[in-house]
Design a protein around this ligand. Structure first.
Ligand code: HEM
Length: 449
């Protein structure tokens, strides 16, 4: 059995960790079969979650496959505050993220809890601190300039596709440090297929026998090929004569010595996690930013002036507002190891709970005029703590938050210094569920002039 097969056999989304909880233990929610609720949550979350909020109020329970496990969603900032500040020994995020296990692997930072999480986070952190981020800036700016050079003025295109290509390049070079063109060419389609997992594949992971068929088999096969390339790169890099001088994240991790050093399997899992968590998420936020700027000539003029004068604050506000109005990830999940009370609601051990990013960002009592695209709200101190939570929070807050903002600002600067961004006639867009993430349904089309 290969490493990949083993991983797919071992990981069973949520099912393995969840005691079946009686409905009376938990806040109200729909009584439909778990399969229907899972499909609604995975496929139609932008309609389903707001409808449940309207129907059941600020705290509600949905039931998800494979065993009808409960997921309790919270929607108020004081709930988010309490959840993010919760004791990590009680609020396990790794178990809450178990659905990602078959792809990311058991060592993944996203999948671990307790001492293992603390150790891995400590090892990865230096590669994402302020000094490291400043070091990556010039590579990001160069890759962005090369991408923008290829754009043809006057011809409409899907900005999501171009941003995906660009952020993949950034991750492969800055995180993985791959420069060999042949290996890059092998990696690109494998990573794209890994990200491109359908909701049906996600739901089917609870049933290992499916892995012999159709899209589930294709996922396992793709994963096996990706692993081969990753392990080859890791082996070569371990022996690289210039390992000591290299600035990419893989080389930084390989330089950790002694008992803290990471095994090949651990490195593979952390790298796949960074590749998958960091690539499409940032691309989506950038695509929405460009699309919204295209729709608002006044903001566009201000953003272009900011790019020309080096005023990064306004560009960052544009990105943050795009992440607020169009959340890339809909919720954050924690698995309770002991009973807790949140916002007056008693929750038993074994429940999966979390703040809904979708609702937190859309509540009128959290954000004035929540349907409007207003980057200024991030400049005049209007956004209160725990109302803007695209990166989650607490000890599990996204480790790449600073990276994605640095990358996003660098890319917007490069685009806006070169071009004015407008929309093709009649272009509109709205979110479509991709798998864990939501993306612009029509690819956030733009025209540059
Ligand atoms: C717009 C871009 C991004 C968004 C919206 C996003 C969102 C998130 C969210 C919601 C979480 C869960 C936080 C929690 O449980 O409280 C998370 C965790 C994580 N993200 Fe991101 N992310 C983005 C970019 C990135 C990038 C660029 C990287 C790395 C290169 C990255 C790597 C990770 C990792 C490793 C974790 C797990 C952290 C832990 O459990 O300790 N993300 N992200």
């Amino acid at each position: 059995m290969t490493v990949t097969d083993d991983r797919f056999q071992k990981m069973q989304p949520l099912a393995g960790h969840v005691r079946h909880l009686a409905p009376r233990d938990l806040p109200p929610g729909p009584r439909w079969p778990a399969l229907l609720q899972s499909i609604a949550l995975v496929r139609f979350r932008h309609q389903f979650v707001p409808a449940m909020h309207k129907r059941y109020g600020d705290v509600f329970t949905v039931r998800i496959m494979p065993k009808g496990s409960a997921l309790v969603l919270f929607t108020r900032p004081e709930h988010a505050k309490q959840i993010f500040a919760g004791d990590p020994e009680v609020f396990h995020a790794g178990k809450g993220n178990a659905i990602l296990g078959p792809i990311m692997g058991e060592h993944s930072l996203l999948l671990q809890d307790s001492a293992e999480h603390k150790r891995a986070r400590k090892l990865l952190m230096p590669a994402f601190n302020g000094a490291a981020l400043r070091g990556y800036q010039s590579v990001v700016a160069r890759l962005a300039a090369e991408e923008v050079d290829r754009w043809t003025p006057g011809v409409p295109f899907r900005s999501l596709d171009r941003m995906n290509a660009l952020t993949l390049e950034v991750i492969l070079r800055v995180v993985f440090g791959v420069t060999d063109e042949a290996r890059l060419a092998r990696l690109r389609p494998l990573v794209n297929s890994t990200v491109d997992i359908s909701p049906a594949v996600l739901l089917g992971w609870g049933y290992p026998f499916l892995q012999r068929f159709g899209p589930w088999k294709a996922t396992v096969d793709n994963q096996r090929r990706l692993d081969e390339v990753m392990y080859a790169e890791i082996a070569e890099r371990r022996a690289a004569p210039d390992l000591g001088e290299r600035t990419d994240v893989l080389s930084q991790l390989l330089r950790v010595e002694g008992e803290d050093g990471l095994s090949d399997a651990e490195l593979r899992d952390q790298l796949v996690t960074l590749l998958l968590a960091g690539h499409e998420t940032t691309a989506t936020a950038l695509a929405w930013s460009l699309h919204e700027l295209g729709r608002h000539p006044d903001l566009r003029a201000r953003a272009r002036a900011a790019a020309a004068s080096g005023d990064d604050d306004f560009l960052e506000a544009v990105l943050k507002e795009a992440m607020r109005l169009h959340p890339v990830i809909p919720m954050v999940v924690r698995h309770l190891m002991r009973p807790v009370t949140i916002g007056g609601v008693d929750l038993p051990a074994g429940a999966n709970i979390g703040p809904s990013i979708l609702i937190s960002h859309a509540r009128a009592d959290n954000h004035r005029d929540p349907g409007a695209f207003r980057p200024e709200r991030f400049l005049d101190g209007e956004v209160a703590t725990n109302t803007w939570i695209p990166f989650g929070g607490g000890v599990r807050r996204c480790i790449g938050a600073g990276f994605s903002l640095m990358e996003g600002v660098a890319v917007l600067r490069e685009v806006l210094c070169r071009f004015d961004v407008t929309l093709p006639a009649g272009a509109t867009d709205f979110p479509r569920v991709r798998n864990i993430t939501s993306v612009p349904r029509h690819g956030a089309r733009i025209v540059v002039v």
